[in-house]
Design a protein around this ligand. Structure first.
Ligand SMILES: Cc1cc2nc3c(=O)[nH]c(=O)nc-3n(C[C@H](O)[C@H](O)[C@H](O)COP(=O)(O)OP(=O)(O)OC[C@H]3O[C@@H](n4cnc5c(N)ncnc54)[C@H](O)[C@@H]3O)c2cc1C
Length: 478
């Protein structure tokens, strides 16, 4: 079936399956009001995704008397937070790359912070009255081509070298098959930290919790301008917020900011949701709730839902020029949706006759070292956080804590994380970034496709795909 698929069976479009489901669940409830007139608060937060909402909750938890307003351009959770794969884990699974970028001790500090975040997420998601489909069974990276086999050892070796062997356990092909059977799966690695959840319901539950905590929340209220002063002034179409501190939590939109542009580029990720097929999952022996991904650089990530659907994602969407996050193709690229569907049919052939219910895509904010950062603009009380690099469900909790510490001038575990303190590496400037990134993306896709088919990758593609490593970059590196 894979070979014959030349168009995705469903064209990608918003809203995501998740967000539509979350809205259905809330049917009849009106959005929060939009801002009209002028208000004065201690802290104004811009962006109602996980980052902004966790920041608001962290601030209210630490200082209940603080006045906090949050504005969201559309509806809370309609951005990446309501359309992601819902795979929640910290940084143990990325230890090799993180250690290469920031050193062993810093990598361990970040990974431990991710575990604190996972505890926080679990506590929030499983609190009575919340239904965000939290299921925790770890994560598996599988090799789906001989060329991917070598990566297995790097997980296990790094975990052993850094004294945390329990975080990554090698799996033989037979052990992989005991989690889920597929002719495409080879060996793999089991990563103990990992949960699946319903991303949009999480975002909406965070919104509800923020309102209950006393955050003044305004939806359909875009920030149209910001005067950085003391106090700051946030402009919106029909009002203004005067605030001592401002937190910018607008995700990929931040990549176009002068100060952030050198460090962040915008790619996109695409996902699809199948119709329910619980009996097929049983037939494949996929009985538990592990998240699974292959070992491509343009990774296929997949997981089950509690009603027996499968989400399959492909982190291979187009790159944008100059950090722009609004180009339609970042959400509508049919070639990327096709790659997600081909991934579904190849990796999980047991689902070959199961229809796709919905496909969608969205921009992701890729930082030069693939780690997020949380900072304050020098000489101002404007703070910002982005650079999640397609991995934000767990790290946005870290972001909320870090940004709260920056707002409150707290010298604590969060504000001392390398995510707040490291000097940020830069990416090449435009137009090299866009044209170079596009060429490298094509070359890597060609190599990974050839490897999956058991063919030798074209020579030119192999050479171009090797360039990022040659130049010491961390993005585009296989
Ligand atoms: C298809 C896809 C799959 C993914 N899968 C995973 C996964 O499985 N696991 C994982 O860990 N991560 C995943 N991610 C990444 C993860 O979703 C993000 O890193 C995370 O949601 C970022 O949260 P955020 O709050 O920073 O951004 P967002 O959720 O995008 O929130 C930012 C908000 O700011 C608002 N905004 C923008 N500009 C303005 C303005 N001027 N005024 C007011 N509001 C504004 C936007 O409307 C938006 O709601 C995925 C991402 C995508 C796109």
């Amino acid at each position: 079936m894979t070979a014959f698929l030349t168009q995705p069976s469903v064209a990608p479009a918003d809203p995501s399956w998740w967000f539509a489901d979350a809205m259905k669940q809330e049917a009849g409830q009106p959005p929060s009001p939009s801002l009209s007139g002028e208000i004065a608060v201690d802290v104004a937060i811009v962006g109602g995704g996980y980052t902004g909402l966790w920041t608001a909750l962290a601030l209210k938890a630490r200082k209940p008397g603080l006045s906090v307003a949050l504005i969201e351009a559309g509806l809370c959770g309609a951005g990446a937070s309501g359309k992601n794969g819902g795979k929640a884990h910290g940084y143990w699974s990325a230890l090799t790359g993180v250690a290469n970028s920031i050193g062993d001790d810093a990598a361990l500090a970040v990974a431990r912070a991710g575990t604190v975040a996972q505890d926080g997420l679990r506590a929030f998601a499983t609190a009575p009255g919340r239904d965000v489909w939290w299921r925790e069974a770890g994560n598996i990276r599988i090799s789906a081509a001989p060329a991917q086999d070598a990566k297995i050892a790097s997980y296990v070796d790094t975990a052993r070298r850094l004294g945390v062997p329990e975080t990554a356990r090698e799996l033989t092909p037979e052990q992989v098959a005991s989690y889920c059977r597929s002719p495409a799966f080879r060996g793999g690695v089991f990563l103990q930290e990992g949960a699946n959840l319903h991303p949009a319901r999480l975002a909406r539950a965070l919104r509800k919790a923020a309102i209950e905590a006393g955050v003044m929340l305004f939806e359909n209220t875009p920030m149209t301008g910001l005067d950085k002063a003391s106090p700051n002034r946030v402009h919106t179409p029909k009002g203004q917020i005067i605030a001592r501190d401002v937190v910018l939590a607008t995700n990929a939109a931040l990549a176009a900011e002068r100060r952030i542009k050198p460090h962040v580029t915008v790619f996109s990720s695409f996902a699809l949701m199948t119709e329910p097929a619980p009996e097929k999952l049983v037939a494949m022996g996929w009985l538990r709730d592990e998240g699974i991904s292959d070992m491509r650089m343009f990774v296929h990530y997949f997981r089950k839902t509690i009603d027996g659907r499968v989400l399959m994602g492909s982190g291979s969407g187009p790159i944008s020029y100059g950090g722009g996050a609004t180009a339609a193709r970042l959400c509508e690229d049919t070639a990327s949706a096709l790659r997600a569907e081909r991934g579904l049919r190849r990796l999980l052939p047991g689902l070959n006759d199961v229809a796709v219910a919905k496909a969608w895509g969205g921009p992701i904010d890729i930082s030069a070292d693939r780690l997020p950062f949380f900072k304050t603009m020098p000489g101002t009380r404007v703070h910002y956080g982005c650079g999640f690099s397609g991995h934000g469900v767990n790290p946005t909790y870290i972001g909320g804590q870090c940004l709260a510490s920056l707002v409150l001038d707290q010298n604590d575990m969060w504000s001392n994380l390398p995510l707040c303190t490291r000097a940020l590496p830069s990416l090449p400037p435009e137009p090299f970034r866009y044209y170079g990134g596009r060429a490298i993306r094509r070359a890597v896709l060609a190599c990974e496709d050839a490897e999956e088919r058991g063919r030798t990758a074209p020579l030119l593609a192999t050479a171009v795909a090797a360039l990022p490593r040659l130049f010491g970059l961390r993005i585009g590196t296989r």
